[in-house]
Design a protein around this ligand. Structure first.
Ligand SMILES: *Cc1c(COP(=O)(O)O)cnc(C)c1O
Length: 353
């Protein structure tokens, strides 16, 4: 069965072996205050820095999900309000969620084919955090590193927070262009669901310390204090931490991962554009995501292609949010092999032309 679902998505095949190794090495019952845990955490943080190009002075934390990171940002870094720039279901969900915790949170939506119009954004004076979804998994759009640079240059005081759930460990993110980055591991990391990664600039930690929110088990100051000793506040997902360390050990540097993913994305887009029966949801090539591709059509046509694909052992991703019925999605994640896309292309060419 081939799985192109953009999350939870295909896990790296090596995970099967690493699961057994974790058991055999006794990792599944180690105490999270002990030496073995600390050593594993130290190795993992070092690997994340080298393999994903995370700057030495940025802080790395582990959470249970990307959703938890939305909560941490609102609780620990947003005394007044956050601004949410969104064009899809995940960005909007983040906004709605923040608004429940911070009623003054405000949003600015933009169209699927629009590049964020940075110079004309209505940023209010007392905005604590500007929130952007780097890859909007629901519609296959992305905000590129250049737009982040513009945001950073124009709005110096607010922290810039980036949801990179569908791109971290796939694309070569320029971490210095934002203060806060986060992802969960069931997308480009190719791992089983149940863990998130949160990356913060030194400025973010200064801000968290000044605000000193200590009301929550996942307050950022607590995460930071524990992580100084490579520990976590609560008993963490040791298995997933182990799996992440093992997979990262054997992965190429992110620059190479990025190159092959971007090339594969371009080939897929070109292939789909040549097919008269396929229509891309995102018309503007500049904002098309590299890791999630959305194809649109009449509801019945979408239903049928998913059914036909399933009959061939191919799982296409359902649409999401407002595009649930009118699109299907194809993940372009590192754990999926090139040969699997050949099978997908052959299926499409054979049935649709
Ligand atoms: C999948 C996804 C999330 C939610 O991830 P959880 O692990 O369910 O918290 C948030 N944002 C984006 C962009 C996503 O793709």
């Amino acid at each position: 069965m081939l799985n192109f679902y953009p999350g939870p998505s295909k896990v790296y095949p090596e995970v099967r072996e690493y699961l057994t190794m974790a058991y055999d090495e006794g990792m599944l019952s180690i105490p999270h205050r002990g030496e073995r845990f600390v050593q594993m955490m130290r190795d993992l943080v070092g690997l994340l820095r080298t393999k994903l190009n995370i700057p030495q002075d940025y802080f790395i934390f582990f959470t249970s999900s990307a959703t938890e990171c939305w909560e941490i940002i609102a609780q620990s870094l947003t005394p007044t309000k956050s601004l949410h720039l969104y064009n899809g279901a995940f960005g909007e969900k983040w906004y709605q969620y923040a608004k429940r915790l911070r009623p003054d949170a405000y949003g600015q939506s933009f169209e699927v084919d629009d590049v964020l119009d940075v110079p004309n954004l209505p940023v209010e004076d007392d905005t604590d955090v500007i929130c952007v979804t780097q890859t909007e998994t629901s519609n296959g759009t992305q905000v590129n590193m250049n737009t982040l640079l513009k945001l950073q240059n124009q709005f110096k005081d607010p922290l810039l927070a980036v949801d990179a759930t569908s791109s971290m460990a796939g694309l070569n993110l320029k971490f210095i262009r934002a203060d806060i980055w986060f992802a969960s591991v069931q997308k480009c990391f190719g791992l089983p669901a149940g863990m998130g990664v949160l990356v913060c600039s030194p400025r973010t930690i200064h801000r968290a310390k000044a605000l000193n929110d200590r009301r929550h088990y996942n307050s950022l100051v607590f995460l930071h204090e524990k992580m100084l000793n490579y520990q976590t506040g609560h008993t963490p997902n040791v298995l997933n931490l182990y799996l992440m360390r093992r997979t990262l050990e054997h992965k190429p540097f992110i620059k190479n991962v990025d190159q092959s993913l971007v090339q594969r994305a371009q080939e897929l887009y070109a292939f789909l554009e040549e097919n008269p029966e396929m229509q891309l949801l995102v018309e503007n090539p500049e904002v098309r995501a590299h890791t999630v591709i959305a194809v649109k059509g009449a509801d019945r046509w979408v239903q049928e292609i998913k059914r036909n694909a399933a009959a061939q052992g191919i799982t296409l991703g359902n649409g999401y949010g407002p595009w649930a019925k009118s699109t299907f999605r194809i993940a372009n994640f590192p754990a999926i092999a090139d040969a699997e896309y050949d099978v997908l292309r052959n299926f499409i060419s054979a049935h649709y032309h």
